[in-house]
Design a protein around this ligand. Structure first.
Ligand SMILES: Cc1cc2nc3c(=O)[nH]c(=O)nc-3n(C[C@H](O)[C@H](O)[C@H](O)COP(=O)(O)OP(=O)(O)OC[C@H]3O[C@@H](n4cnc5c(N)ncnc54)[C@H](O)[C@@H]3O)c2cc1C
Ligand code: HEM
Length: 404
């Protein structure tokens, strides 16, 4: 734990919350503009999440504001620190990068707040930044050490190749990733994601996170990617251009969303769309390693044309015997029939969960788009499910979700 902040610093930071709240996004935008003047820092980021109004800008502004508000009681921030540290591991953020953000942040505060940015306020923010940065650096060093010590573990980027690709639905294709050195790979925790670094055909290099959809094993990872028609083309590259044999760089598995190794209570896994990927990893793991664990997997898809890996999941459930699978289609196609292609029309809802799952006794794991998470996470809270029983993953920078 870094050295505690002085009472004086804490008082100044707390007093600055209203002004930082008003100018937060402006300060962070100005900070990024300064930071990205440096090419080697710019190259560390995932540029589809940046830019004016970008969700990464909001995520960082939200985190900094949450930090300032909680500066005298850091306990509620620890899950946020864990999430950020895991994300930083995926992007290979190192201790030597922190001074660049410190300078850009303090210069941005001075620039946006002008005369309100007194030397006292800037000193307090310098101390507060380094307190948080030291917490992150400590945790990141610990994560890197563990990765280095684990069989098959690595830090930074390692070269893999696509050893197979499998079409799972009209919109989702899986890729099997095998290391070029043919040495073992570190076993991920089911639910974690990889960061892929690859070049688009335009020559632009992109970084993208993909949850691992297979159970941990020593040889390969499987990712399952939805083709996004809009956007900068990372997923289109994988779908339309990437071939078996193509190389790709991977950062090691990271993320704080995973099935606990000592999970005893029943689990309720809830996903929508491509949010099924971490759930399939969990289900495969429950099948191989947790014969006694009771699991309920409830998935929402548009219809059978977009629904991936359904037969795979159902055959695992059958062989395990203690996994119940239910599917909801919100836009069933003409060929879709309740009882044959899927179990219910419409959306997953709290009443249904209450009536069909061990609602009061289970841990919930959720992954899907923002409206899905908002409705179900809020619904679970309102239904009295304790926050410690709710775990969720979101496929993007977690701006509003972090704020919640
Ligand atoms: C932890 C984590 C795990 C993930 N796991 C998976 C997974 O298992 N499978 C998977 O398929 N994806 C996953 N993702 C998402 C993945 O990382 C990519 O974001 C996704 O593949 C889209 O990348 P892209 O380059 O094709 O599109 P991006 O450029 O990233 O755009 C994504 C979406 O943003 C919107 N968008 C972006 N730019 C514009 C624009 N100019 N105009 C309008 N809309 C725009 C569009 O809706 C677009 O579809 C995960 C993300 C995270 C953070
Ligand atoms: C105290 C200092 C820092 C804080 C509070 C912070 C905060 C955050 C937050 C909130 C996220 C988003 C996490 C999520 O969506 O789950 C994030 C991601 C990230 N951070 Fe940091 N960060 C800090 C330092 C740094 C530094 C020094 C660098 C590199 C120069 C860096 C680079 C990144 C990158 C590349 C991502 C992923 C971006 C993406 O998904 O597009 N961060 N950080």
């Amino acid at each position: 734990m870094p050295k505690a902040l002085s009472a004086h610093t804490i008082a100044i930071i707390k007093a600055s919350v209203p002004v930082i709240a008003t100018h937060g996004p402006e300060i962070i935008k100005s900070m990024y503009d300064r930071l990205f003047l440096d090419d080697h820092i710019r190259a560390l980021f995932n540029h589809s999440n940046q830019g004016e109004g970008g969700s990464q800008v909001n995520a960082l502004a939200t985190a900094i504001l949450a930090y300032a508000r909680n500066i005298d009681k850091l306990e509620p921030l620890l899950p946020l620190v864990e999430r950020i540290a895991q994300k930083h591991i995926g992007y290979n953020i190192l201790p030597e990068h922190y001074p660049f953000v410190a300078k850009a942040l303090l210069d941005a505060i001075a620039d946006v707040l002008r005369e309100a940015a007194t030397p006292e306020l800037l000193n307090a923010w310098r101390d507060a930044y380094w307190f948080l940065a030291d917490l992150l650096k400590e945790r990141e060093a610990d994560l890197r050490r563990r990765l280095e010590e684990s069989p098959g573990g690595w830090t930074g980027w390692r070269q893999f190749y696509i050893s197979d690709r499998i079409k799972e639905s009209g919109v989702i294709t899986s890729f099997i990733l095998r290391p070029m050195d043919e040495k073992p790979v570190v076993r991920h925790q089911p639910g974690q994601y990889l960061t892929l670094r690859f070049e688009l055909s335009t020559g632009i290099e992109v970084k993208r996170n993909y949850s691992i959809s297979s159970a941990p094993n020593d040889e390969t990872y499987r990712i399952s990617v939805k083709r996004e028609a809009a956007g900068s083309g990372g997923s289109r590259h994988l779908h339309d251009i990437a071939m078996i044999g193509d190389t790709i760089h991977l950062a090691p598995p990271a993320g704080d969303f995973f099935l606990e190794a000592d999970q005893v209570r029943p689990v309720i896994l809830l996903s929508a769309g491509v949010g099924l990927t971490p759930m399939v990893s969990m289900i495969e793991t429950i099948d191989t390693d947790r014969p006694a664990l009771e699991a309920h997997y409830v998935h929402a898809a548009l219809n059978s044309a977009t629904h991936a890996m359904d037969q795979h999941v159902r055959s695992i459930a059958k062989s395990h015997g203690n996994i119940a699978v239910s599917t909801f289609y919100s836009e069933p196609g003409t060929q879709d029939v309740v009882g044959r292609s899927h179990d219910y029309d419409g959306f997953i809802n709290i009443d249904w969960l209450r009536n069909h799952t061990p609602f009061n006794d289970a841990d919930f794991y959720l992954c899907g788009p923002k409206p899905f998470l908002r409705s179900l996470v809020d619904g679970l809270w309102e239904a009295g499910v304790e926050p410690c029983r709710i775990h969720f993953e979101f496929f993007g920078p977690s701006d509003e979700l972090l704020a919640a």
